[in-house]
Every structure is written in structure tokens, then in C-alpha cells.
Ligand binder design. Structure first.
Ligand SMILES: Cc1cc2nc3c(=O)[nH]c(=O)nc-3n(C[C@H](O)[C@H](O)[C@H](O)COP(=O)(O)OP(=O)(O)OC[C@H]3O[C@@H](n4cnc5c(N)ncnc54)[C@H](O)[C@@H]3O)c2cc1C
Ligand SMILES: NC(=O)c1ccc[n+]([C@@H]2O[C@H](COP(=O)([O-])OP(=O)(O)OC[C@H]3O[C@@H](n4cnc5c(N)ncnc54)[C@H](OP(=O)(O)O)[C@@H]3O)[C@@H](O)[C@H]2O)c1
Length: 445
């Protein structure tokens, strides 16, 4: 019998498990599956951890989630085609849920069967090698401190790529008297109440961490971008300036001449695709981009078609794109999809990579990833979902952010699965301090 290893039980690993479960429900014979996760439960980043640094077994903590995180895109854009929000919550809910609500939703469809039995928790995969026939996988049972080995026909890498921080150094950091941290270790914006905070970066973490600090009472927030500013209309108390030059004592000096006294510096400088457990011939080497090279259809490792990667792209689309990838990977493993010859693979990868290299703005990037996801969707029996509506929602959402970065999360969108419209949330995001599932779902509040 074919045996497959899934490394990681975050949203991508769960999509993979779900895809096989659905095939089995249709009476198909599925392979033997072993899923590994180094955390103590499933859900990946969405399984919030207070821990930073190392865990109790000496492993680096992979989790980058923080308190008060709300979805940064409309939930309708990430909805599962086979399990709608309406089905999970029994009613339509607002379009921008906080972490606990999304966590509940992600787990909803996988909790129903016996998928959890297939996952070895507190288990780190430490080495994967291919011997020409099979993969030999070494893993550490962290609780019992045991090193074990097993052999697999296929390996699915679904370890995420927002866990290992990229940490640059700027002159003066060594003598800066305040706190310097990466967004990977950011847990609670309350820590920065009444503080002057510098945030470095110009992507989603920089935007959200800066807004969080402002929302929870930071005295000032100064964002230092390196290449392009985010350019939103920031509220009083926030500003965006050009590139940090150096620190002198507690003063941050920027390349545009701007100076700001600081209590804390939060590096929102992104993450590394880091796979120390894979031998060199199997290892994806890439920066965070919409089409990492050497992956056929963004999934199959060009040099070894029995190795697949899920969710390695930079992400507009998330959970339903992960599903499309998982359904595609499943059908390759179950021999329902035939992989073309090497020259076709090369041509297909080059086509997507060269299209990606020409993208100039967010609308084009949304179009690109929507086209990619639609193509994958057409290759399997993943249920019907309206990707054209999702494309439209993403573009509208981008424009809402430009209109007002403080209010875009108060908007409503319609479901690409059920058509229902998310009700307006009872409290505008800016004043909603309690992000618990209970308070969020209490529409009478
Ligand atoms: C701060 C933050 C906020 C985000 N907010 C949103 C959002 O609002 N909306 C959205 O759609 N997306 C968001 N994302 C994007 C996020 O990437 C996806 O939502 C999703 O979590 C990706 O799923 P994944 O399974 O690829 O990775 P992860 O969620 O990272 O899960 C990977 C799993 O693999 C396990 N693992 C890693 N290495 C090993 C190993 N060697 N052995 C065993 N197990 C291993 C980890 O323990 C983890 O459980 C956010 C990301 C970050 C960092
Ligand atoms: N739900 C939410 O609200 C939420 C919140 C946070 C994060 N997220 C998710 O988390 C994921 C990761 O986002 P991310 O922002 O951490 O990573 P990212 O999108 O990869 O962005 C990395 C940023 O770091 C900057 N950078 C890198 N090196 C730098 C340096 N030396 N000095 C200054 N800036 C530097 C880059 O700037 P350049 O452009 O100049 O290279 C870029 O802006 C995304 O999927 C996002 O959606 C979601």
C-alpha cells in the first residue's frame, strides 16, 4: 500500500487530510497516511501560543500569531468550498473575524471524522532523504525524547513559511536601550501602551502590528519602509518614513532625515523559507513570492515528483487555494492526474514564473493568483466555488484599505459558496477591544 507523510498539521496539512477523507467517503481506497506536527495540537499558526523562543522541549516555537489578530482579508475570500461559514456557525457572520473564530472554523470540518488519529503531535521531522525509491524520514518524539525513522512513498511538505523570522541588523542596535524584537515574537500590543514604537517593514505584518500598537494605546508609531511606503492615510499618532539609517542611543535616525525617540523597535521584516530537515536535492530555495520556481503547478517538486509542497506561495488566496493544491496533490498520488514529461513541466513553470515577474500592482497580483487557483481548481473534483466573486472581493478590499485603513474591516462581503452576505459587525474594529469568539458572535451586543 502507498504510504504518505504529511509534515505539518496547519491549514495546508489539514487540507491534505481532508482531501483524502473526501475520496474515502466516495468509496475510493486511500493510501496510509502519517501526519507529523511539532506543536501539541493542530491548526498551525492559528493555534495561538503564548510562548516565544523555545518550547519546553528545546525546539524553536514556530508560532507567529498574536492576540487581537483579526483576519486581514474578507473571510469570504478564504472560505472552503466544501464547508461554508454558514454551515459551521449556523448563521452568516461578519466578514472580518478575529483569530479564535477562524481557528474554530478551520478545525470544524476536520474534527468531525477520525483524522486526528493520523497526526503525531509534539513530533518534529528532523531529516528527509530520498534513496532513489523511497523517502526515509527521521523524526523526534519530543515528549519521550526518542529519535525514530520510517519509510514513505510520498512526502508532503506543509510546514508553512511564516515561522522562521528574517532579522536584519542596523547600526546602533547593540547599544539601543529599549526592546528590539521581530513580529514573530510579538504577542500582545498592550505591552506597548504609552510607548514610542518604531515598526520596520511595509507589508502585512508592519501594517497590522503598527495599527495594533496604535489601537491599544502606543504614544506614537513610526513605520520605516525600505523600498515602497504602504501609503495609507494613517491616523494621528502614526506616520510612515523612509528607511532606518541608524540608531543613536534611543533615537532612530531615518534616511529622509526624520528622527524619532523610541522605546521599542519591532522588526516586521518577513520570514525565511527554511527547511533544515530536507536534504539539499529536495529543498525549495525561495524568497516570499507568488510563484516560487521549481514547483509544477506550484505544488510538485520539479526534481522529484513524489515530493510536494503546499502553501509555499506568498498569499492573497489562502484556505481554498490550499484545498485546491491538496486535492491536486491527492489526485497525483492516487494516479488520477498524470504528470507530463519534463519539458512540459519546465515550460509550465517558466510560463507562470515569467508572468509573475511582470506583475506591477496589487490588482495584477490578485488576478495572477486567482488565475493560478482557478486552473488548479479545474484539475480536480474540489467542489464549486465562485473564484470570480473572490477576485472581485479582493480588489474591492484593496480599495477599501486605500480609502480608510481604520475602517476597511467594518465592511461586508458575500459568500462565494452560499451567496449569503456577512452582517455588519456590532462594533467597529477600531473600538472592538475584546476579540473573543463569544463576543464576536454575539450579534445582539
Ligand atoms: C501573523 C500572521 C497572520 C496571518 N493572518 C492571516 C489571515 O488573517 N488570513 C489568512 O488567510 N492568512 C493569514 N496568515 C497566513 C498563514 O500563512 C495561513 O493562514 C496559514 O496559517 C498557512 O498554513 P500552513 O499550513 O501553510 O502553515 P502554518 O499555519 O505555519 O502550519 C505549519 C505547521 O507545520 C508544523 N511544522 C513545521 N515544521 C515542522 C517539522 N519539521 N516537523 C513537524 N511539524 C512541523 C508547524 O508546527 C505548524 O503547525 C497569517 C500569517 C501570519 C504569520
Ligand atoms: N491577519 C493579519 O492581519 C496579518 C497580520 C500580520 C501578518 N499577516 C500575514 O503574514 C504573512 C507575512 O507577512 P509579513 O509582512 O510578515 O512578511 P512579508 O509580506 O514577506 O513582508 C516582509 C517585509 O519586510 C520588509 N523588509 C525585509 N527586510 C527589511 C529590512 N532590512 N529593512 C526594512 N524592511 C525590510 C520587506 O520590505 P521590502 O518590500 O522593502 O522588501 C517587506 O515589507 C502574510 O501572509 C500576511 O498576510 C496577516
Amino acid at each position: 500500500m502507498t504510504k504518505i507523510a504529511i509534515i505539518g498539521a496547519g491549514p495546508c496539512g489539514l487540507s491534505m487530510l481532508r482531501s483524502f477523507e473526501q475520496a474515502e467517503k466516495k468509496g475510493e481506497k486511500i493510501p496510509e497516511i502519517v501526519c507529523f506536527d511539532k506543536q501539541d495540537d493542530w491548526g498551525g499558526l492559528w493555534n495561538y501560543s503564548w510562548r516565544t523562543g523555545s518550547d519546553q522541549y528545546g525546539d524553536p516555537v514556530p508560532n507567529s500569531m498574536y492576540r487581537y489578530l483579526w483576519s486581514n482579508g474578507p473571510k469570504e475570500c478564504l472560505e472552503f468550498a466544501d464547508y461554508s461559514f454558514d454551515e459551521h456557525f449556523g448563521k452568516p457572520i461578519p466578514s472580518f473575524p478575529p483569530r479564535e473564530v477562524l481557528y474554530d472554523y478551520i478545525l470544524g470540518r476536520v474534527k468531525k471524522g477520525n483524522l486526528k488519529d493520523k497526526v503525531k503531535f509534539n513530533t518534529s521531522v528532523t531529516n528527509v532523504m530520498y534513496d532513489g525509491n523511497n523517502f526515509e524520514l527521521t523524526y523526534r518524539d519530543k515528549k519521550n525524547n526518542k529519535i525514530l525513522k520510517d519509510v514513505f512513498d510520498y512526502v508532503i511538505v506543509s510546514t508553512g513559511h511564516f515561522s522562521v523570522p528574517f532579522i536584519p541588523e542596523y547600526p546602533g542596535m547593540k547599544s539601543f536601550p529599549g526592546r528590539i524584537m521581530h513580529s514573530h515574537d510579538f504577542r500582545d500590543a498592550e505591552e506597548f501602551r504609552d510607548k514610542n514604537v518604531i515598526v520596520l517593514g511595509s507589508s502585512y505584518s508592519a501594517e497590522d502590528v503598527a495599527l495594533q500598537c496604535h489601537k491599544y494605546g502606543a504614544k506614537s508609531v513610526t513605520i520605516g519602509y525600505r523600498h515602497n511606503p504602504m501609503g495609507f492615510k494613517w491616523p494621528n499618532g502614526m506616520k510612515e518614513v523612509f528607511h532606518l539609517d541608524r540608531l543613536e542611543g534611543n533615537k532612530a535616525i531615518f534616511k529622509d532625515g526624520h528622527e524619532q525617540v523610541a522605546d521599542a523597535i519591532i522588526l516586521c521584516t518577513g520570514y525565511l523559507h527554511h527547511f533544515p530537515f530536507l536534504s539539499e536535492d529536495l529543498k525549495l530555495n525561495t524568497v516570499n513570492r507568488l510563484y516560487p520556481p521549481k514547483l509544477y503547478k506550484g505544488v510538485v517538486w520539479q526534481n522529484n515528483h513524489k515530493l510536494m509542497y503546499l502553501g509555499m506561495q506568498d498569499q492573497f488566496h489562502t484556505f481554498n487555494m490550499f484545498d485546491c493544491q491538496a486535492w491536486f496533490a491527492r489526485d497525483i498520488i492516487m494516479k488520477k492526474i498524470k504528470i507530463p514529461d519534463n519539458s512540459e513541466i519546465e515550460k509550465d513553470i517558466n510560463k507562470w514564473v515569467s508572468m509573475e515577474e511582470k506583475l506591477e500592482n496589487p490588482d495584477q497580483m490578485i488576478d495572477f493568483q486567482t488565475e493560478y487557483t482557478k486552473e488548479l481548481h479545474s484539475l480536480s473534483d474540489y467542489p464549486k466555488i465562485d473564484f470570480e466573486l473572490i477576485r472581485k472581493h479582493f480588489k474591492e478590499w484593496e480599495h477599501h484599505k486605500v480609502e480608510n485603513i481604520m475602517t476597511y474591516r467594518n465592511k461586508s462581503f458575500s459568500s462565494p459558496v452560499t451567496g449569503s452576505i456577512g452582517p455588519v459587525h456590532h462594533t467597529p474594529w477600531e473600538t472592538a477591544m475584546d476579540d473573543s469568539l463569544k463576543v464576536f458572535l454575539d450579534q445582539k451586543k
